[in-house]
Design a protein around this ligand. Structure first.
Ligand SMILES: Nc1ncnc2c1ncn2[C@@H]1O[C@H](COP(=O)(O)OP(=O)(O)OP(=O)(O)O)[C@@H](O)[C@H]1O
Ligand SMILES: [Mg+2]
Length: 255
C-alpha cells in the first residue's frame, strides 16, 4: 500500500473509532467537550459512552463502559452562558471568595464548579459517607462510580415503591447527614428525594456540587432545609419522623 493510502486508512480508522466511542451523539456536547471525552476515554480505558441517563438544569450524566465491562458515571456540565450564570450565583453563595467572578470565562467557571463537586465527593468518600466514588475531573467533566447495573442507573429515593420507604431507611439517611457534618465538616445543601439513590440496600447521596463547609454563614439554615426536605418526603410516605429541630441539634456539632 502506498504511504498516502496507508495514512488515509489510519485516519479513517481513527475517525470510525472516535465515532464508535459514542453510542448516542448528543447535541449538548460541544467540540471542546468532545475532545476532552476522547482524552478521558484513553486515560480511563473507556470503550463507549452511552446515552444520557438524565439531563438536568446544569448537567447531564452518561454511563461510560470500560473495556473490561465496568461502568463509570460521567457528569458533563453545560457550558452555555446561562448555565455559567447560574453556577456563578451558586458558587458565590457557597464560597464568598468567588462573589466577584464575572461571566466572561464561562468554561473556566464551570470547571471550578466541577472541581468543587469532585472535592466534596472526595472528602465525603474519604470520611466513609456513602457517595459515588470520585474517579477524576477535567474541565466541565466529572467521572465517578456508576450507581446501578450494566449502565442502567439505580432508582432515586423518589422512585422506589412506597413499601420500601421505611423508618430504617429514614434513619440511615439521617445518619449520612450526621456523618457529613461531624466527619466531613460539610452540609449537603440540596438534599431531597431527588438526590439520594438506592442501590444494594445502601443510600447513596449524590449531587454535592453546592455543598458548603460547616463554617459557612448559612450552613445551619441549609442543614435545616435538608432535614425538612427529608422529613417531608418520609412523612408523605407514612413514616413517623422526628422533630426537625431535635434532629438539627443531634446532627450539629456541639461546640
Ligand atoms: N453516580 C451516578 N451513577 C448513576 N446515575 C447517576 C449518578 N449520579 C447521578 N446520576 C443520575 O443523574 C441524575 C442527575 O445527577 P445530579 O443530581 O448529580 O445532577 P443535577 O445537575 O442535579 O441534575 P438535576 O438538575 O436533574 O438534579 C441523577 O438524578 C441520577 O439519576
Ligand atoms: Mg440532582
Amino acid at each position: 500500500m502506498k504511504r498516502l493510502e496507508c495514512l488515509e486508512k489510519r485516519k479513517e480508522e481513527k475517525r470510525l473509532k472516535d465515532k464508535d466511542l459514542f453510542k448516542v451523539v448528543d447535541s449538548t456536547i460541544d467540540a471542546k467537550t468532545f475532545l476532552i471525552l476522547q482524552d478521558l476515554a484513553r486515560k480511563y480505558e473507556i470503550e463507549e459512552y452511552w446515552g444520557a441517563v438524565s439531563s438536568g438544569k446544569e448537567a447531564r450524566v452518561y454511563p461510560a463502559k470500560t473495556y473490561n465491562g465496568n461502568f463509570y458515571a460521567v457528569k458533563i456540565y453545560y457550558t452555555t452562558t446561562s448555565a455559567s450564570k447560574r453556577a456563578i450565583e451558586r458558587y458565590a453563595f457557597s464560597d464568598r471568595r468567588f462573589s466577584n467572578l464575572k461571566t466572561s470565562n464561562t468554561r473556566k467557571i464551570i470547571s471550578i464548579w466541577a472541581k468543587k463537586e469532585f472535592k466534596n465527593l472526595s472528602i465525603m468518600h474519604d470520611n466513609g459517607i456513602i457517595v459515588p466514588k470520585p474517579i477524576g475531573v477535567r474541565e466541565n467533566i466529572l467521572i465517578m462510580e456508576f450507581i446501578g447495573d450494566n449502565g442502567i442507573r439505580a432508582p432515586l429515593l423518589k422512585e422506589i415503591s412506597k413499601d420500601e420507604v421505611s423508618r430504617e431507611l429514614y434513619d440511615n439517611i439521617l445518619l449520612q447527614v450526621e456523618l457529613m457534618v461531624k466527619k466531613a465538616g460539610l452540609v449537603h445543601g440540596d438534599l431531597s428525594e431527588y438526590n439520594v439513590m438506592i442501590w444494594n440496600n445502601k443510600e447513596y447521596i449524590i449531587d454535592v456540587s453546592q455543598s458548603v463547609t460547616i463554617d459557612h454563614e448559612n450552613s445551619q439554615l441549609l442543614l435545616k432545609r435538608d432535614i425538612d426536605n427529608i422529613n417531608r418526603f418520609f412523612e408523605s410516605c407514612g413514616v413517623e419522623v422526628d422533630d426537625s429541630e431535635e434532629i438539627l441539634k443531634r446532627v450539629w456539632i456541639s461546640t
